[in-house]
Design a binder for this molecule. Sequence first.
Ligand SMILES: Cc1cc2nc3c(=O)[nH]c(=O)nc-3n(C[C@H](O)[C@H](O)[C@H](O)COP(=O)(O)OP(=O)(O)OC[C@H]3O[C@@H](n4cnc5c(N)ncnc54)[C@H](O)[C@@H]3O)c2cc1C
Length: 380
Amino acid sequence: MLNEQQTLITEAARRFVRERIIDTKLDQTLDQSGAFPHEILRELWAQGLVNLEFPEAVGGPALSCHDHVLVLEELNYGCLGIGTSAVANSLAGLPLQMCSNEAVRKKYLGRLMSEPAYAAFACSEPDAGSDVANMSTRYERRGDTLILNGRKRWITNADVADFYVVFAREQGSKGHHGISALVVDAGTPGLRWESLIKKLGQRCSHTGDVVFEDVEVPVANLMAGPEHGFRLAMATFDRSRPWIAAGAAGVIRRARDEAVAYAMQRKAFGEPIINHQMVAAMLADMEIAYQATRLLTLNAALEVDAGNLRGSHSACAKAFGGDAAMKATTDAVQVFGGYGYTQDFIVEKLMRDAKLLQIYEGTSQIQRLVIARDLMRAHG
Ligand SMILES: Cc1cc2nc3c(=O)[nH]c(=O)nc-3n(C[C@H](O)[C@H](O)[C@H](O)COP(=O)(O)OP(=O)(O)OC[C@H]3O[C@@H](n4cnc5c(N)ncnc54)[C@H](O)[C@@H]3O)c2cc1C
């Protein structure tokens, strides 16, 4: 059951997606052009449909994770690329929300609330994706300044971010112990983005490298010191994975709706194909996938809201949702037959977009590691 506020915000998001993304075919246009969805993101910001969990102390609406996943499911029903771009600020915002540096929290989260600015979460590197503790971006302390050097890869919002939440190690440290978190303003001398990546899907969400060459960052911008940065990164993933699972629920529901509508009007052997049991079974599987993903997402979101999130439950939602979305969207292409394999219909885009759900914020394999380790702890 949704409360009144949840019903209102879900309906507002659904209406926005229908009118601004689906009816206008903006999802397909942006997929083809690869243009960043500035206008849509500004509208979402103006309507209060982003940054939903930011606290009141920074001017945020302080909505619950449950509220947030409801909205994210709707946005991602419209377009996973837009959904990823829309949630990127919240992803970068999580370490700021959870860190103990109140001044940076107020300054940077406050900025995202007071203007339609962009942020990026910069953890992954060319040689350290799953293996976060192997990162090589490093800083050296000189008085009140940190001198930052290195290269981050796969960074969502790399080219548009007004600031970057960066994970980097203290010079000379090894493994997860030396990793800190700091916030760096775009435009700081020595910082540049480069090589936007041409992607299989989610093309309107921009992904690129962020390079640091002797970038001077005030010590005041340190969010978490060497003993705390790695844990902050892991805690961020625990909190953000329900959002990705909500995206999976959205794209599964879209694939289901597109496939059912097509199967009801397309005829083969003198009958609408929905009457052929093997087609109907694919549609039923999509519904099962949607319901299960939604429930796992809700379970993790409710744990977040109750303050007792178990990281493996976020991982279950993300792993199941990502895999289920890949299967549901692939089956949607199958239901469309040859037409599904063309750009004339949306389902091929849904399939390309969905693949990323199994990769970013921890691959499906890494989720299983998180889950298995939790099982071992529980039974140890
Ligand atoms: C479009 C896009 C946007 C992204 N956005 C961001 C962002 O905003 N910020 C950010 O910091 N990062 C971002 N990422 C990075 C993303 O989180 C990493 O790509 C992901 O964590 C995987 O790391 P990798 O690509 O280095 O793969 P690898 O770590 O090299 O993994 C390769 C393969 O090996 C498997 N593997 C690795 N280790 C194990 C193991 N121990 N057990 C079993 N299997 C294993 C993986 O599952 C995978 O199948 C983004 C990535 C993409 C593609």
